[in-house]
Design a protein around this ligand. Structure first.
Ligand SMILES: [Zn+2]
Length: 348
């Protein structure tokens, strides 16, 4: 009898694009949504790395998926705070950046290149990674979001103004992107040092739901590529997460050098598999709000099966949510996703 593969082996095989008759790996992008499932107040874990880590591990053990996204609030908000921005509570108490700190080129010196060991709450997140690793050992892959430079730069400036800058002030944009890339690289090295396996560059502003493919090529791609090469240098698997619609830029996303491309729910998985599935592992893409938050377990199972049949039949696929799992998502829906993956064989 052969031993069951460990979660790390399952994910590793998918990243290497190996096909087998094993079950499809499943890694929902669930961080703070574990708060309501496990019963930890969101705010408490935000300021307490041990509580954060224990909540993530308790969710993992209760729901039985194949990897842990170690984090809490969005990485770009967390890192923007460490670079000098302030946060305010948004929907559900989840913090958002209260506004940009760069009103013009003369304000660039207000931006701090964050030191992951000291700035803001970054040290808390490094500690949480250490605690999770200590709890689950080496057999469970740890995923860690790192902010995409374009999104981080937009928060430093203020997102409305930044979108106008892409047309009117490209020089200021590039200055901000340099600071953002430098900080993302430092954070990537620090989380690699604390035992993360997969570093996920999360860049929602780079989506073609927000900017044009030409802007992606000019202002997002070169900087994402820099962070990905840092991730490779520090020995981790790079994953690229861009929310919303990304169909027109799939090939460009692969050119940036990730080994996993995370696709959100609007992306056609069948077309994506045909276009990029031979060169990169695809992860996704159950609708996080309509299906995971508001749907019933049978809706989740049906959508998971559809994802597997479109993209998971010959390996190189990780079943996941299209984006971050929302707060108050019912545990039964994550369990339904996991059981669909266990039934979903990779062989046709
Ligand atoms: Zn997303």
């Amino acid at each position: 009898m052969t031993a069951m593969p460990t979660p790390l082996e399952r994910v590793r095989a998918a990243v290497r694009l190996e096909s087998s008759d094993a079950a499809v790996p499943v890694v929902p992008q669930i961080t703070y949504a574990n708060a309501s499932i496990v019963g930890t107040p969101f705010q408490e874990a935000m300021h307490d790395p041990v509580k954060m880590a224990k909540t993530l591990v308790a969710g993992y053990r209760m729901l039985g998926y194949d990897g842990i996204y170690v984090g809490w609030e969005s990485s770009f908000n967390l890192v923007a705070e460490a670079m000098g921005c302030t946060l305010k509570p948004g929907g559900g108490g989840i913090p958002t950046v209260s506004g940009g700190i760069v009103s013009g080129p003369s304000d660039l010196d207000k931006v701090i290149v964050a030191d992951p060991e000291r700035s803001g709450r970054l040290p808390l997140h490094l500690k949480a990674l250490e605690v999770v690793r200590g709890e689950v050992g080496r057999d469970v892959p740890l995923f860690r979001y790192v902010p995409g430079p374009l999104t981080l730069a937009s928060l430093l400036r203020g997102q409305g103004r930044f979108l106008g800058d892409l047309i009117r002030s490209p020089d200021l944009v590039r200055e901000l992107l340099k600071l953002a890339t430098e900080t993302s690289n430092l954070f990537a090295a620090a989380v690699a040092d604390r035992g993360a396996d997969v570093l996920v560059i999360a860049d929602p502003m780079a989506s073609t739901s927000v900017i044009s493919p030409a802007m992606f090529e000019n202002f997002a791609l070169p900087y994402i590529r820099e962070v990905i090469s840092e991730v490779r240098k520090v020995g981790c698997v790079p994953s690229l997460h861009i929310c919303g619609r990304t169909g027109p830029i799939l090939k460009k996303m692969v050119e940036a050098g990730p080994r996993i491309v995370e696709l959100d729910y609007p992306v056609d998985m069948k077309a994506a598999k045909e276009e990029i599935g031979k060169s990169v592992c695809i992860e996704g893409n159950i609708d996080p709000v309509s299906t995971l938050l508001h749907g019933r377990p049978e809706d989740v199972e049906a959508e998971a099966e559809k994802c597997i049949s479109m993209a998971g039949r010959d390996g190189g696929f990780i079943l996941s949510s299209g984006c971050e799992v929302p707060l108050d998502t019912p545990a039964e829906n994550i369990i339904a996703m996991v059981s669909a993956s266990r039934r979903g064989r990779q062989s046709p």
